[in-house]
Design a protein around this ligand. Sequence first.
Ligand code: ADP
Ligand code: MG
Length: 701
Amino acid sequence: MKNDILNTSIEFLKGVGPNRAKLIKNELKISKFKDLLFQFPYRYIDKTKYHKISEINSSSSEIQLIGAIKEIKEIGIGSKKRLVANFYDKTGKIQLVWFKTNKWLIDSIKLNTNYIIFGKINDYKGVKSIPHPELEIYNKDNLKKRTNLFGVYPSTENLNKKGVTNKVFSKLIEELLININKDIKENLPEYILNKYKLMGRRQAIICVHKPRTLSELEQAVNRLKFEEIFYLQMRLIKKNILRKQKIKGYRFEKIGNNFDDFYKNHLKFKLTSAQKRVIKEIRNDMGSGAQMNRLLQGDVGSGKTIVAFMSALIAIGNGFQACIMTPTEILSYQHYNKFIDICKALNISIKVITGSSKDSYKKQLKESLRKGEIDLLIGTHALIYDSVEFENLGLAIIDEQHKFGVAQRSKLWHKNKFPPHVLIMTATPIPRTLAMSVYGDLDMSIIDELPPGRKYIKTFHQTQRDRLRLIDFLKKEISKGRQAYVVYPLIKESEKLDFKDLLDGYETFSRDFPMPEYQISIVHGKMSNEDKDYEMQRFIENKTQILVSTTVIEVGVDIPNATVMIIESAERFGLSQLHQLRGRVGRGKHESYCFLITGHKKTKESKIRMETMEKTNDGFIIAEKDLELRGPGNIMGTQQSGEMPLKITNLVSDSKLILKIRKLVEKIMSKDPRLENENNLLILKNVKMIIEKKDIWEYIS
Ligand code: ADP
Ligand code: MG
């Protein structure tokens, strides 16, 4: 593969050269032949269609006409100078306009000769014209050439400005296709091509760039999606198998006394059957001899914490240490406070570490941790600092994993000579196809059932106008003994302004809910850990009735007596975040409410978000909607495992295809896990190229 022509720099493509190569690389991140080859058009213009001038209406955009120019003249002066031509077909007249005129252009236009023109309709106060149309003399040869769909490629302003227009770009692709035609090799075995009636690879790639008909284009796109999904799934499943082969895990032989004792004597509620199932899955993994790498999904409030804790008890009962990493200090302390009494009763030593823990405390903690005197360590990312060393970490749990990056998670793997079992938990329900495509190499557990007695959280979208009614309502809830959260957005770019909003809001609420009848807490990221803990504690103990805060309480906070969630400037939150925030209420036996306060002006998208929230409590439906609105890249965010490797597949609209191919890949791998079968050798060759890197990080998701 060393001399693979596909790895040639585009600089050497006819029509590119060093300057353009640099430009294209900067603008589109395309540097090699293969990058260019897989830069597909994002839409197509149908140049087989011709329009009549009389048919042009306000919704016409790009059109193609046949007709002749009868008059042409320059008008205006100086910078306003432009060239205007009257273009006629049998049905009417339209103006063609060039804002930059030059003599060459004027001379080249032939009057009273038929042209094919193509361009975008410009509608200025009802007067329609076509600025800078493409012109081509109307004759048989030119007509023949045009019988296809014309690809429009992703571009940037800068590219256009520097002359790399779509037309130029298309030419480069054409040139490329001529150059490497022979080097596009089939990568799917014949039996798959036949079974799924797929177009050959070379034909498909040429066709997406230069389709002749719509149906041909559809087949080509389908074929390319197929191979993309196929090899993504292959890679993920193969990675999982390899990881299990390569990385032996601690075998936890027994459930252990701690677990038994807790289950019999301290568990305050009955586990849901989903919780039981998931604990069993985890138990099996940790007893299997292979290292566990499991993703636990469960909607907000589904009871993941207890699953985490009981899993930790298994590790501890087998003589190992366990840790739970949380994204916020508040959450670390919440877990710690929740477990501490039980741990005492079970004779387990538990400690907490966060960024703001005192140095002397940290020093001592690290020492006892190294000696194995601490069984369960809870903490924020402070827990993964190199100086934090375990004696024998058997299980690492990551709560709300979507808040962490891969690098942070991988660090946990290195906390031991031997990778511990890893359980990552998320409350952001990941749509199935997305989960399959991003976490396809993890084993997955799902808690798809809420603890009994949960009530539907009634959700209302309101504006400032409804404020008085809202205050009345809140007073009634508080008089019943309930509590409320008020959340303000705090988004990095305008942190100062946001902070002012929060403080103003706190003041307003203090006026509407005066002391001593009411007590209000405030919590935000800039407070010291002690102050935060103090304020949270007052709220937990129902000494304050309203907690005004930023999104520091977004994840995990669990105070069942709180029944009202008021989200200010709700239009500034994404769907998943709104759902997380709302999940802070509805955790107890009382009826709960969520109020989404927005301004009057809303974008279409934020309207859809509010409506979705009003309509459903179901995290999976919300996640699907979120995916649809924002696309996978944004959902997984920069915190997520890097770029989505999909170029042509759409996780939402192609979900059926993804499921189908996932099944196919699973079937192939279960029948022929080493891909030794003659039929599968081609697959093996391609998978090998993908997995050849032997670094352990490659196996981490
Ligand atoms: P999340 O999945 O969002 O982390 P938590 O673990 O915080 O949810 O659980 C939410 C609340 O439900 C907690 O107060 C917890 O004690 C309670 N809970 C969990 N499991 C059950 C159950 N099986 N029956 C009753 N309450 C439960
Ligand atoms: Mg939680």
